[in-house]
Design a binder for this molecule. Structure first.
Ligand code: BES
Ligand code: ZN
Ligand code: ZN
Length: 512
């Protein structure tokens, strides 16, 4: 999809539609909207008087200029109350409103089979929100809501957009708007890439296929990519990861993606190195602790953590971030079979710690334990992991935000801030020593489950045992990775939650 920024007045474009926004109950029209209303002999004012459209957040309405403008239709979209945009310190909330409103407007354009449209950076006259950030949020909203997955349909609904243009008259603002638009594209593409992977069914997106996707991504973005297969994983003694994979005929893959900045930094100061670990279970049936059928569909997306790690690293390369990044994605299927991991089995993990398995459906922590332990060979400045780890996090926080845990205050704060900036919000839960008591095993060093209460914390606490003293932060996205019902810029199905969060975190990185 083509995104352009052009100099000029929006009312002069001949596109199939133009999108204009409006604050709720704003009495007087201003700027370009006023100019357009005058040309339309008051059609917009008239619509507002009827109260059929008041400008509630994400509300849309169509106006037909009937030849009074070169465009055949105007899509009006509501931004909600203007006062809420003027609250100091709420810029991130406002930017998410822009993301939503332009997501909703873009969806309306697609319903009308519009192929290309023009819009402008709104609101033009707000203090505290710069045009670059507005442009990024708008572009993100539109590209994110444009995502569709129709490759498995033999008859396609022709709703695909060809592109859109942001019009701006002020030459001084154009540069910032262009920069914002490019960032918006990179951020949205990262999310859409992860959504695409997570929507693929398990029979297509196997661990091998996921590793091939990583290779392709690496080629396109100049990343190094190593795929370790069964013999190499065995040589590394990643027995906890192997135990999970043992129930499936599909061989496991350990995907390692590396991005290094091309310009060497001064000798005295090296680039910081971060390892990003993502859960890559391409289908989680639960193993012998089999899940009920209705909970299984979502489990084709149990590799969302891995997918968002892949896309955040590729996007970091696109933005040439000054950081060394290593992505580690253990990819496997969790299936029941005669060779599957059993209840009561004891495994010696990569870290040499022994684990007693009391539930084979708690497999995410098993593969992450080995990946986190292996991450230390890179001597990173920090380890981040992201995973669809526990249904308990969904019970605690719903589908509105993800859970964050960690052993390092600054890292956690930075991650929470990245969540506010991107609209991918996260909420902290505790990891006190007391929880360790619950995963003490009678026979081994540790057991992989610790009862129903505090399930998300127990899983995080389990992981902490493999982290040691490294600064570490863990994000549990099991509540937010998949939606039953669409939101303004999130279609139904895989959300790709975490790609923009990680990318923002990496952009804002300034040593721990
Ligand atoms: N992949 C699931 C977690 C999950 C649940 C992701 C819902 C997305 C939506 C994970 O492997 C799992 O099955 N966890 C168990 C752990 C339990 C057995 C301790 C769970 O949360 O039920
Ligand atoms: Zn599971
Ligand atoms: Zn799982």
């Amino acid at each position: 999809m083509k995104v352009q920024v052009k100099k000029g007045k929006i009312e002069q474009v001949k596109d199939q539609a133009i999108i204009l926004s409006h604050f709720e109950e704003q009495k007087k029209l201003t700027g370009r909207v006023k100019a357009i209303d005058d040309r339309l002999s008051g059609m917009i004012s008239h619509l507002l008087k009827t109260k059929d459209f008041v400008g509630r957040l994400n509300q849309t309405a169509i106006i037909y200029p009937q030849g009074k403008l070169p465009t055949p239709r105007i899509i009006l979209v509501g931004l909600g109350k203007r006062e809420e945009f003027d609250v100091p310190g709420q810029a991130d909330v406002c930017l998410d409103k822009l993301r939503q409103a332009f997501g909703a407007a873009c969806r309306r354009a697609k319903e009308l089979r519009v192929k290309s449209f023009s819009t402008m950076v709104f609101p033009a006259d707000l203090k505290g929100i710069d045009p670059g950030k507005s442009s990024q949020a708008m572009v993100e909203g539109m590209l994110l809501s444009d995502f569709q997955m129709d490759q498995y349909k033999t008859i396609k609904q022709d709703q695909s957009l060809e592109g859109f243009t942001i019009m701006e008259e002020d030459t001084e603002k154009i540069k910032a708007i262009e920069k914002g638009a490019i960032l918006g594209e990179v951020f949205a593409q990262a999310t859409n890439f992860a959504r695409d992977l997570a929507n693929h069914p398990g029979n297509i997106l196997t661990p091998t296929r996921l590793s091939l996707e990583a290779k392709k991504l690496a080629q396109e973005n100049n990343l190094r990519c190593k795929i370790l297969s069964l013999p190499e994983i065995k040589r590394l003694k990643m027995n906890s990861f192997l135990a999970v994979a043992s129930g499936s005929k599909q061989p496991p893959k350990l995907i390692i993606l590396e991005y290094r900045p091309t310009t060497p930094r001064s000798k005295r100061k090296k680039y910081d190195t971060l390892v990003l670990v993502g859960k890559g279970i391409t289908f989680d049936a639960g193993g012998l602790s089999l899940k009920p059928t209705d909970l299984m569909l979502e489990m084709k997306g149990d590799m969302t953590g891995g997918a968002v790690v892949m896309s955040a690293i590729a996007a970091s390369a696109k933005l040439k971030l000054p950081l060394n990044l290593i992505g580690i994605i253990p990819a496997a299927e969790n299936l029941p079979s005669g060779s599957a991991l059993k209840i009561g089995d004891i495994i010696t993990s990569h870290s040499k710690k022994t684990i007693e398995i009391l539930n084979t459906d708690a497999e995410g922590r098993l593969i992450l334990a080995d990946a986190i332990s292996y991450a230390k060979v890179f001597k990173p400045d920090a380890i981040l992991d992201i995973a669809t780890l526990t249904s308990a996090i969904k019970i605690a926080l719903g589908t509105i935000c993800a859970g964050v845990f960690g052993n390092h205050e600054k890292l956690k704060t930075k991650m929470i801030q990245a969540g506010q900036k991107t609209g991918e919000r996260i909420w902290e839960l505790p990891l006190w020593e007391d929880y360790q008591e619950l995963i003490k095993s009678d026979l081994a060093d540790i057991k992989n489950v610790g009862g129903k209460p505090a399930g998300a914390i127990i899983a995080a606490r389990f992981l902490q045992n493999f982290v040691g003293d490294y600064p570490w932060v863990h994000v549990d996205i099991a509540g937010v990775d998949f939606l039953e019902k669409e939101r303004p810029y999130i279609p139904k199905g895989a959300t790709g939650f975490g790609a923009r969060l990680l990318l923002q975190f990496l952009r804002d990185w300034d040593e721990v």
